[in-house]
Ligand binder design. Structure first.
Ligand SMILES: [Ca+2]
Ligand SMILES: [Ca+2]
Ligand SMILES: [Ca+2]
Ligand SMILES: [Ca+2]
Length: 254
């Protein structure tokens, strides 16, 4: 039999290995300390109408949009935001609750300076691969405009309208916008302009990369704040549109 000291020694080594594993990133291609969200499967249809009347939404947990990536300190009535996620085999659903004192959409052309108008950004990586996604579809960064369009950069390096990938409606309830969005999930085989792109069928246990952010502009030439749901421990804080390694993970639960 081992002595108590030997026994304790082994235990300490084992504990430190376990602690080391727990502290390492979930995926080597991701920044440290990414969030993890367990999304529940919707039991009834989610009606995308900007009202969280579905009982399924009550079961889903909130996640804050609280990391200031760009701009000065701001007050809670200037911006506050949080979101929830649910899923069905066809798509994921996001419910965002946003406080923004002034809604501003200066560029009426949806493809012009869309990040400088108020918009809700949905960063999605179908296989949680992380990595670079600036001019490819390793991941998408849908900029949801106030007129419910989804804009991102295509493989041709130009802004493109991907509104066909989403259902989006928001409504004002008291001092908050309730923004409900269904998003079809496309992987990195997506080809711009092709009629053969098929959204993925989602199954329990799948892990997606996801990050949500809000570009807040209350009347300036450029956005005043950019606030996201994930911390950016090093490097440019606004680089989620290039680097999918910043995204958190969403596990599709049963
Ligand atoms: Ca609804
Ligand atoms: Ca504001
Ligand atoms: Ca990917
Ligand atoms: Ca605003």
């Amino acid at each position: 039999m081992p002595s108590l000291a030997q026994f304790l020694g082994v235990s300490i080594v084992s504990a430190s290995i376990i602690a080391g594993l727990a502290a390492s990133p979930a995926h080597a291609s991701h920044s440290e300390a990414r969030s993890s969200y367990l999304a529940q499967r919707a039991t009834t249809d989610i009606r995308v109408d900007g009202t969280a009347s579905e009982p399924d939404w009550e079961r889903a947990g909130w996640r804050d949009i609280k990391y200031r990536w760009l701009g000065p300190e701001y007050a809670a009535d200037d911006f506050s935001g949080r979101f929830k996620v649910m899923w069905t085999p066809e798509r994921i659903y996001i419910l965002a609750e946003i406080v923004d004192d002034i809604l501003f959409d200066a560029h009426r052309d949806p493809l012009v300076q869309y990040w400088d108008d108020d918009c809700l950004e949905i960063f999605l990586d179908a296989d949680y691969s992380g990595g670079e996604h600036q001019f490819n579809h390793n991941a998408f960064a849908y900029h949801m405009s106030l007129d419910n369009r989804a804009i991102d950069i295509g493989a041709d390096r130009k802004a493109r309208d991907y509104t066909q990938h989403v259902q989006s409606r928001w409504q004002q309830h008291a001092d908050k916008l309730v923004w409900e969005i269904g998003v079809d999930i496309y992987d990195d085989t997506y080809v711009d302009g092709s009629s053969r792109n098929q959204p993925m069928e989602l199954v329990a246990g799948k892990i997606l990369g996801l990050m949500i952010a809000y570009c807040d502009n209350d009347g300036s030439e450029f956005r005043e704040n950019f606030i996201g749901s994930e911390s950016v421990p090093s490097g440019p804080k606004d680089r989620g549109w290039i680097d999918a390694g910043l995204f958190g993970e969403v596990i599709l639960g049963d």
